[in-house]
Design a protein around this ligand. Sequence first.
Ligand code: 25A
Length: 341
Amino acid sequence: MANPNVVVVGATGAVGRVFLRILEQRHFPVNRLRLCASPRSIGKRIKVNGDELPLEATTPEIFDDADFAFISASTAVSRELVPVAAQRGAFVIDDSSAYRMDPKVPLVVPEINPEDLEWHRNISAIPNCSTTQMVMALYPLHKANPIKRIIVDTYQAVSGTGTLAMEELREQSRSLLDGGAPKVAVYPHRIAFNVMPHIEPFMEDGYTREEQKMLYETRKIMHAPDIAVSATCVRVPVYLSHSEAVHVEFTEPMEPEEARDLMAAFPGVIVVDDPKKNQYPLAIDAADKDEVFVGRIRKDSSCANGIAMWVVSDNLRKGAATNAIQIAEEVVKRELLRPRG
Ligand code: 25A
């Protein structure tokens, strides 16, 4: 097939900008690339592959000659635009939570469930960033020894909330170091020099929506409807990379050495696990990388069949943009693009 036409909605956002960089880095072949954002950005330009491309208005017609539409603007924008783009013939890769649990929409991590793309109806969702890195680490273990229960505590970077949150951490830090009174706008509390056990709204069962996503998305991606997941999602004053303390209970006993070998052999996972030399995954080391890093792999002393570990990944890359481009690559490889018109 000829190189695809690609439309990126949210091209000025935290994920959109990384997406454009990864398109260049992976040499994803594009015929025509068009960039969209909100009205406040129309007319500005972004450099991609040496060309200065204009930011355009997001009209329904812009999807008419698109083969792929990548949308990372907000859940509200996705709710409105995803059906429009898909109906006009683009294969939509959506970064929001709007369609992830829709039974007609595959939710894909290409290393785990690429075959789910076969039943697409012009839309694939990508998982929440905190889910993606966890299932990348756990799927090779689950295949060998089915997982019964996961307890996960996350330490999530502010970039997961977008560009305004990154700016707010910068401004609050500057203001506090200068002895001023920081402004609080994006989060319910100050995030600079603080830790906040609250990501997304609280639900009736006391968990937040982010925590519920880790349960339902894990089950859908791994095709494991009985896995139990209890998550506590925490925002920390870090710019890039989410970290997670993960405790897993298996059906049968699992030795740390076996877990290490299984994860090290899985594509996209790197084991960094030599605590005596102070070697374990760090947010600053995972930033700007595509892999998921796992360390501190040990027996869970509170659970007969349990393993505990520490999982870190760049939330804007494997957690969002890289996963999206991998889906596009898989769609092309499997020849799943529907003929236009
Ligand atoms: O609703 P959700 O799902 O909870 O998502 C909330 C926000 O989180 C980010 C994203 O913000 C989203 O809006 N986000 C979503 N998924 C993410 C993920 N997986 C994620 N962050 C990390 N990981 P964002 O700031 O990163 O990107 C927003 C992009 O969407 C464009 N946009 C907004 N409305 C649009 C639209 N595009 C098309 N149609 C619309 N109706 C937005 O374009 C941006 O590309 P922009 O023109 O607004 O961006 C220009 C720059 O303006 C700044 N900015 C953003 N919001 C405001 C703002 N400035 C002033 N006031 C604002 N309210 C930003 O600096 C942006 O770079």
